[in-house]
Design a protein around this ligand. Structure first.
Ligand code: FAD
Ligand code: NAI
Length: 463
């Protein structure tokens, strides 16, 4: 007889492994299927964690090279040991993925090693063995979107996975796609000495973010030396022994041109990964973009089969996948969790960082919502001056009638940490005045958030 579980989760990324742990905490018998050699999914193995390790290391390199002298710290000639930097990144990833294995053991989650397929409702096969489950959770994540005419070999033409593994700093890195991956990994290699050109189809980088932030971010990155070819598409990229020849074309049509690169990073978005799961045979419906169709409670079109994370609709973010994992586990245990998608923050871990939560000005205008905007620059903040980090601002958007915070957009030092305060404020339904009247420690960057909240009523103090 096949072994049976209350829940079998397929995929051990931040959605799947967190769902498995929470379900086990709530007393369920849980297994998690993962085909990768290590747990943690895209995020821990080839996504959030290795990219942040390289961002951190390359930031230190740039600081030592260009910023420390300004502070009166002379370090002599600075050189790059890329092999050590990559080894450190591997150590960071190793510690994180082992941590998940430890948590599985601690919570008695069984790791079923191999690729899982759903053979029928309540039945999962892994490497030829069949298991039974009351509930099956699909958390199989996403993969990078291919581009016709651009064949990825993960050496000269790479996705983010190859871009995290380069053994040499490319002379010229061409990034296709001015989104989150392109700008983060483009920043890493620019700091380490590459010339970086970002080719973006649209007229501005970072679609979906606040328009003012997009413009300012592009200016700051350009000042750092990143080159942008906006409104341009890549029609082909051909690798040879020493590099890649790209053909570019204006998005609106027009004369073609060629560009030579040492390495090309293809980063035009990610799409749900559901290959080999057997969804069609079992009747799990997908939407028009290949995402697993779910209702507000993560139920797919087949009773007893649920889905979360990058494989379903919504922002492809690790913390969104985690919250869904927790909410689903609690729901399966009979609780009534609620997930507020309006307060899911997003962060770009460049320097300066970019962070956002809630609506953009463009969205509020489109929805016809009357709002007030309060804005405050880091330049006018004592701590930012002490740090020598003067670029950027905090912008808070509040309902014109009720003063309720509807969104916040930050570009500047530690924006990713600062946004948490606004996410919490929004979760509590706070007004801009609530944020403004909260005592913020001096001298901290968080005072910029307070001042932006004060600025909503035109009452900022230090400008
Ligand atoms: P995944 O993490 O993709 O995990 C799915 C797992 O399922 C994989 O391990 C896969 O091997 C496994 N799997 C698939 N099919 C099967 C099968 N049939 N059987 C067994 N196992 C299977 N997000 C952030 O919030 N912050 C960041 O800083 C960030 N940085 C990123 C940087 C990069 C370079 C990339 C590529 C992504 C980044 N993301 C970031 C996005 C984040 O990684 C994803 O949103 C997150 O990993 C989604 O989690 P998930 O659990 O849905 O899927
Ligand atoms: P993205 O959706 O962020 O950006 C893709 C960009 O490519 C867009 O600007 C788009 O207009 C452009 N594009 C599309 N087709 C193109 C073409 N043919 N030629 C030129 N440009 C084209 O996708 P990206 O950067 O690949 O990242 C995928 C996802 O991974 C993100 O959406 C995000 O959810 C997640 N991620 C999150 C991170 C974070 O939270 N810090 C870091 C890295 C990834």
């Amino acid at each position: 007889m096949s072994e049976s579980f209350d829940v079998i989760v397929i995929g051990a990324g931040p959605g799947g492994y967190v769902c498995a742990i929470r379900a086990a905490q709530l007393g369920m018998k849980v297994a998690c299927v993962e085909k990768r050699a290590t747990l943690g999914g895209t995020c821990l193995n080839v996504g959030c964690i290795p990219s942040k390790a390289l961002l951190q290391s390359s930031e230190h390199f740039e600081e030592a090279k260009h910023k420390l002298a300004e502070h009166g710290v002379n370090v002599g000639p600075v050189s790059l040991d890329l092999a050590r930097m990559q080894a450190r990144k591997a150590e960071v990833v190793g510690a994180n993925v082992k941590g998940v294995e430890f948590l599985f053991r601690k919570n008695k989650v069984t790791w079923l090693k191999g690729a899982g397929a759903i053979t029928a409702p309540g039945k999962v096969s892994v490497e030829g063995k069949e298991y039974a489950a009351k509930h099956i959770v699909i958390a199989t994540g996403s993969e990078s979107i291919p581009l016709r005419g651009v064949e990825v070999d993960e050496k000269r033409i790479v996705t983010s996975t190859g871009a995290l593994e380069l053994a040499q700093v490319p002379g010229h890195l061409v990034v296709i796609g001015g989104g989150v991956i392109g700008l983060e990994l483009g920043s890493v290699w620019r700091r380490l000495g590459a010339e970086v050109t970002v080719v973006e189809y649209l007229d501005a980088i970072l679609p979906g973010m606040d328009g003012e932030i997009r413009k300012q971010f592009e200016r700051i990155l350009a000042k750092q030396g990143m080159r942008f070819r906006l409104g341009t598409k890549v029609t082909s990229a051909k690798a040879d022994a020493t590099g890649v020849d790209l053909t570019l074309e204006p998005a609106a049509g027009g004369a073609r041109e060629t560009l030579r690169a040492d390495v090309v990073l293809l980063a035009i978005g990610r799409r749900p990964y559901t290959e080999g799961l057997g969804l069609e045979a079992v009747g799990v419906a997908l939407d028009e973009r290949g995402r697993i169709r779910t209702d507000a409670h993560f139920a797919t079109s087949v009773p007893g089969i649920w889905a979360i994370g990058d494989a379903i609709a919504g922002p492809m973010l690790a913390h969104k996948a985690e919250e869904e994992g927790v909410a689903l586990a609690e729901q399966l245990a009979g609780q009534k969790p609620h997930l507020n998608y309006d307060t899911v923050p997003s962060v770009i871990y460049t320097w300066p960082e970019v962070a956002a939560v809630g609506a953009t000005e463009e969205q509020l205008k489109e929805r016809g919502v009357a709002y007030k905007a309060g804005k405050f620059p880091f330049m006018a903040n004592g701590r930012a001056r002490a740090m020598g980090e003067l670029d950027g601002f905090v912008k808070i958007l509040a309902d014109a009638r009720t003063d309720r915070v509807l969104g916040a957009h930050i570009i500047g030092p530690d924006a990713g940490t600062l946004i948490a305060e606004i996410a919490l404020a929004m979760e509590f339904g706070a007004s801009a005045e609530d944020v403004a009247r909260t005592c913020h420690a001096h001298p901290t960057l968080s005072e910029v958030v307070k001042e932006a909240a004060l600025a909503v009523e035109g009452r900022a103090l230090h400008i």
